[in-house]
Design a protein around this ligand. Structure first.
Ligand code: URA
Length: 307
C-alpha cells in the first residue's frame, strides 16, 4: 500500500490490522489517553478502532480477558464511541483527578472476531454480486448494493432498497434520502462510518417501486447474514418496508415507532424513512424523538447540551 495516498478507510483498516496483530500477540489493554490534555497527534481520531479491536479481545476469551474498564470521556461528549482502556491504578487516576467514571465495554458471547466479520461479509457480498434469484431485478440492476460501514457497529440501519444513485454508486443511502440520513447521523453526534448500513433489498427495483414480498424473501438470507456478522446491539428500521419485513408485521410505521422490539440479540427501533421526511418535514421532530429514545437506551442523552 502506498502510505502517502491512503484514504480514511484504508487508514482505518490498517489500524485495525495493527491492533488485530497486537491482539494475537497477547496485548489486551491499551493506555488511556488523558482526557484533560490530549496529545497533539491525531490519536483521538482512532479511538473507535482501538476500542472495537480491544472489544474483540474480550469477546473471544472473556474469562481470560475480563471486560476491561474504560473511561466514559467519549460518552460524556455524547458520541457512542467507546474510549480507551484504563490501565493506570485507580489511586494514580484519583491523584490526577482527571478520570471520569469508569464503565465496562459491553461485549456479547456471539461477537465474532473482527477478521471473521470482514471475511464473512466479503464472502456474502460476493454471493450477492452473482445473485439472480429475482430475475427482473438481476436483469435491470447496474450493480448490487450490499452494505457499508463498521462491521463492529453498535447500530445497524436497515432501509428499503437501492434507488438510482445507489444503483449507480454501489453504496446504500448516497442519494437525497442518504443526505438527509447523514444529517440525522450528524445530529446524533455520530459518524456514518460508526454505523453499518444496508437495505431489505440489494438490487434497485425498477422505477423505485416497492420491493415485492418475494423479492424481500429472496434477499432475506443476505440481510440476516449481515445482521448475524455485525450482531449489533441496535437495529434501526427506516420506514415501513424495513420495519414490516424485519419484524414480520403488517402494522403501520406510525404504530411500530416509539417502542423497542427484539431481533436476535438486537433491540429494534422503527422510525420514518428519510424519503418520507423529505415529503413531510413536520415528521422530522418525530424521528428526533425516536433518536433520543434510542440513544438514551444506549446511555447517551442527545438532549443534553454538548460542552
Ligand atoms: N437508498 C437506500 O439505500 N435505501 C433506501 O431505503 C432509500 C434510499
Amino acid at each position: 500500500m502506498d502510505e502517502k495516498n491512503l484514504n480514511g478507510d484504508q487508514i482505518r483498516l490498517a489500524v485495525i490490522q495493527q491492533l488485530e496483530g497486537l491482539r494475537r500477540a497477547g496485548v489486551t489493554h491499551w493506555k488511556r489517553i488523558d482526557p484533560i490534555s490530549p496529545p497533539k497527534t491525531s490519536q483521538n481520531s482512532i479511538t473507535q478502532v482501538q476500542t472495537t479491536a480491544i472489544k474483540s479481545v474480550t469477546a473471544q476469551n472473556p474469562e481470560k480477558n475480563p471486560a476491561p474498564v474504560v473511561s466514559t470521556a467519549i460518552a460524556n461528549s455524547h458520541t457512542p464511541t467507546r474510549t480507551l482502556v484504563e490501565t493506570e491504578s485507580s489511586e494514580l487516576a484519583k491523584k490526577k483527578n482527571a478520570s471520569p467514571p469508569l464503565v465496562p465495554i459491553p461485549f456479547h458471547p456471539l461477537d465474532l472476531p473482527l477478521a471473521d466479520r470482514i471475511a464473512g461479509l466479503a464472502a456474502l457480498a460476493e454471493r450477492v454480486k452473482g445473485c439472480t434469484r429475482c430475475h427482473e431485478l438481476a436483469s435491470t440492476r447496474t450493480q448490487t448494493v450490499f452494505g457499508v460501514g463498521n462491521p463492529q457497529a453498535r447500530i445497524v440501519f436497515v432501509g428499503e432498497a437501492p434507488g438510482a444513485d445507489e444503483d449507480a454508486q454501489g453504496e446504500p443511502f448516497v442519494g437525497r434520502a442518504g443526505q438527509l440520513l447523514n444529517d440525522i447521523i450528524k445530529a446524533c453526534r455520530m459518524r456514518r462510518e460508526d454505523i453499518y448500513i444496508c437495505n431489505v433489498l440489494r438490487c434497485r427495483p425498477p422505477g423505485n417501486r416497492l420491493p415485492a414480498p418475494e423479492e424481500a424473501t429472496n434477499c432475506r438470507e443476505f440481510l440476516d447474514g449481515q445482521l448475524a456478522h455485525v450482531n449489533p446491539e441496535y437495529i434501526v428500521c427506516w420506514g415501513a418496508c424495513a420495519a414490516q419485513n424485519l419484524l414480520g408485521s403488517t402494522e403501520t410505521i406510525g404504530k411500530l415507532r416509539r417502542k423497542f422490539f427484539t431481533y436476535g440479540r438486537s433491540k429494534v427501533l422503527c422510525t420514518y424513512h428519510p424519503a418520507y421526511l423529505m415529503r413531510n418535514p413536520a415528521a422530522k421532530k418525530d424521528v428526533w424523538e425516536d433518536m433520543k429514545m434510542l440513544f438514551l437506551d444506549m446511555g447517551i442523552d442527545l438532549a443534553a447540551k454538548s460542552k
